[in-house]
Design a protein around this ligand. Sequence first.
Ligand SMILES: *[C@@H]1O[C@H](CO)[C@@H](O)[C@H](O)[C@H]1NC(C)=O
Ligand SMILES: *[C@@H]1O[C@H](CO)[C@@H](O)[C@H](O)[C@H]1NC(C)=O
Ligand SMILES: *[C@@H]1O[C@H](CO)[C@@H](O)[C@H](O)[C@H]1NC(C)=O
Ligand SMILES: *[C@@H]1O[C@H](CO)[C@@H](O)[C@H](O)[C@H]1NC(C)=O
Ligand SMILES: *[C@@H]1O[C@H](CO)[C@@H](O)[C@H](O)[C@H]1NC(C)=O
Ligand SMILES: *[C@@H]1O[C@H](CO)[C@@H](O)[C@H](O)[C@H]1NC(C)=O
Ligand SMILES: *[C@@H]1O[C@H](CO)[C@@H](O)[C@H](O)[C@H]1NC(C)=O
Length: 649
Amino acid sequence: MQIRALPFFSLSLLSSVRAGVTVYGQIPLADVTATAPGQQYTGAAAYDPTILTPPPIPNPPPNTQFGIQLSSSAQNTPGLSIPQIGPFLGFSIEVSVVNQVLGLNSSFLQVPFLNLMANIKERAGAVHVRVGGNTQEYASIVPSLEDGKDMEKDKTSLTNPTATPGLFLTPEVFYMLGNISALANVHWYLGVPFNDTTNFRLQIAEISEAVLGDHLLGLQVGNEPDLYSAHGHRPDTYSPADYMGEFGNLIGAIANDNNIPVKNNLIGPSVSGQWTPEDVWNTGFVQAYTNSLGYLAVEHYPTDNCFAQYNVGVYHNPQDEFPSYLTHNAGKQLVQPYLNSTYMAQIWQKPFLMFETNTASCGGFPGISDSYGSALWALDFGLQMAASNFSGAMLHVGGQNVFYNPFTPPPTNQTNYHQWTIGPIYYSALAVAELMGPSGKSQIIDLNANGGNEFTPGYAVYESGKLVKLALFNYVTDPTGASTYTATLSIDTGVPSQIKVKYLESSSVSNKAENITWAGQTLGGVFQADGRLTGNLDIKTVNCDQTANQCHIQVPAPGFAIAFLDQNSYNDVNPGSPQTFATTAWTRTFNTATMEPSVLATSNGRQEDSYMGSTSRGESGANTRAYVSSGVVATVMVLVGAMMVGRGL
Ligand SMILES: *[C@@H]1O[C@H](CO)[C@@H](O)[C@H](O)[C@H]1NC(C)=O
Ligand SMILES: *[C@@H]1O[C@H](CO)[C@@H](O)[C@H](O)[C@H]1NC(C)=O
Ligand SMILES: *[C@@H]1O[C@H](CO)[C@@H](O)[C@H](O)[C@H]1NC(C)=O
Ligand SMILES: *[C@@H]1O[C@H](CO)[C@@H](O)[C@H](O)[C@H]1NC(C)=O
Ligand SMILES: *[C@@H]1O[C@H](CO)[C@@H](O)[C@H](O)[C@H]1NC(C)=O
Ligand SMILES: *[C@@H]1O[C@H](CO)[C@@H](O)[C@H](O)[C@H]1NC(C)=O
Ligand SMILES: *[C@@H]1O[C@H](CO)[C@@H](O)[C@H](O)[C@H]1NC(C)=O
């Protein structure tokens, strides 16, 4: 599979640019109406109706009967992963869409978002969310903004398209995160602005540590620094050694800042593939900064859809790409370049994260990124990362004009009559939460099931040293039922008398969320979700044959199943009365930690003067304009993205 056709392309920024479009209302967001056959859909990508053709049944077809022999004890099971947390699969949210996705301020939170987070929390104990992206590099804290806003794009960069885009945040944003944490136990990864490494703006670190406390997991230092020079943010000669030097400068600045009490939660190098992780490890980065590093991280997408979206690079036909997502090899190939790093990370005793990923950069593919197939892909990729000793992975959330969102709020002017739209990959996060559970003591292994057949993978999960769950996939779409398989489980100490099985079901890998159920329940189709699962819970009970030491577990084609082999592990992730939030907006206040206002006054970051002009990095205006005139939508916000693209061309 292609690894990033356009290494210079600003992946995160593009989604934020699109988000920016929404914030400023510059693209008419048509109401979604049914598209008659033959009629072109012109609405936003998040509601795109494209349905692809599922790949044919493989030839030869996978065996439909196979055995899985396991030991009940982790000790007798070589190759298990390191212990994994429940919220292994989390979300990465572009800073600039925070107001649409999280809430307007600390007392006006998006209830569907709270419910979506609570669903994960009820199963995994917590949720891990990264708020960041390229916009974090140019963020500044200001004490307040006019009209009570808590976030605003730099006005000067709006009027001067070649200027560096700035983003102003008020402390209110952090109180909002704090209140979300109090309600749904969300833990956050944030980023320290890194565009100017001689004059650091450390206020995000100061405020987030003060307001979020233990709910701040870590602070990213540099988002995809291997793309900085291609984007014009650093000289062409910018190297891993330069990044290391700047990282060191930041450590020095934090050491001298008494308002940043936690000094060992930094995250790097967040390379996207232009530099390998080893390029950074070989500088001695980890050894030099081990006392400051909380996590090691990378970011990566399997391929891109930049041509269709921005007329840049190589065209990838979604129908042709679809089969490459529907195999166990997809996740294995994505993980392979990081196996040495996850091995080294264990030696260095640092968690290793996939900080941002999704089906394809530049917004994903219509018909793939929003299909049931994408849910299977994200689940298998997620479990492959867990089995390969990553410590977490974040699925990216962009604006209205991406295909891959795990969840999308309605366009701003439709919030009174439309609900949210859930993407299939949200179910992947839910299922991974159930597989890992809240104990933090789950270990997982790829079973190489069915003789390693790429269409029928399986994983086993051990918790506190004991076999507790199986995860089984069937990537084949076969409406005849002939490709449904039966896995026969036997265990060295004997099978239980009964097991419970939950299915993530849909009749075709091409289907969209409206046709997906998790154990019989759904979050609905386009504009239908308030974030709560509805419908009757449908959990299958399988009676095992203890004399023959066999449990027969069926997996339809397509299908995904979790088999629960242990009652306690099952109870942990099947809440009897799940926490939900039912009003349209959460307006109660929670008074916990607050930020000492004097910190803002004395901080070394920029304040009101941040309004005074932002520095142009000298990108070619000619390229910028040339791109936009040939582009689909000529708006100021897109100019920002075009600037990045233009330089790479
Ligand atoms: C929503 O806003 C967009 C952009 O301003 C506008 O084109 C569209 O007509 C509005 N839709 C509704 C239903 O108000
Ligand atoms: C939060 O936003 C709501 C909705 O815009 C507004 O009514 C409220 O006054 C805001 N609260 C604060 C503390 O800014
Ligand atoms: C860094 O970003 C800030 C905020 O957008 C801006 O004011 C500043 O000029 C930038 N500095 C550099 C060196 O790009
Ligand atoms: C939650 O919101 C209220 C109301 O704005 C605010 O007073 C409080 O400080 C916030 N709590 C946290 C933990 O941020
Ligand atoms: C793994 O990474 C380490 C640290 O960069 C490096 O020394 C080693 O050569 C790498 N091993 C392989 C097999 O790539
Ligand atoms: C994950 O780490 C464990 C413990 O070090 C090791 O046994 C296992 O082989 C690793 N898995 C992979 C896929 O590298
Ligand atoms: C939902 O399923 C029905 C029946 O299989 C199918 O005709 C329809 O195209 C599917 N729609 C979506 C959006 O998945």
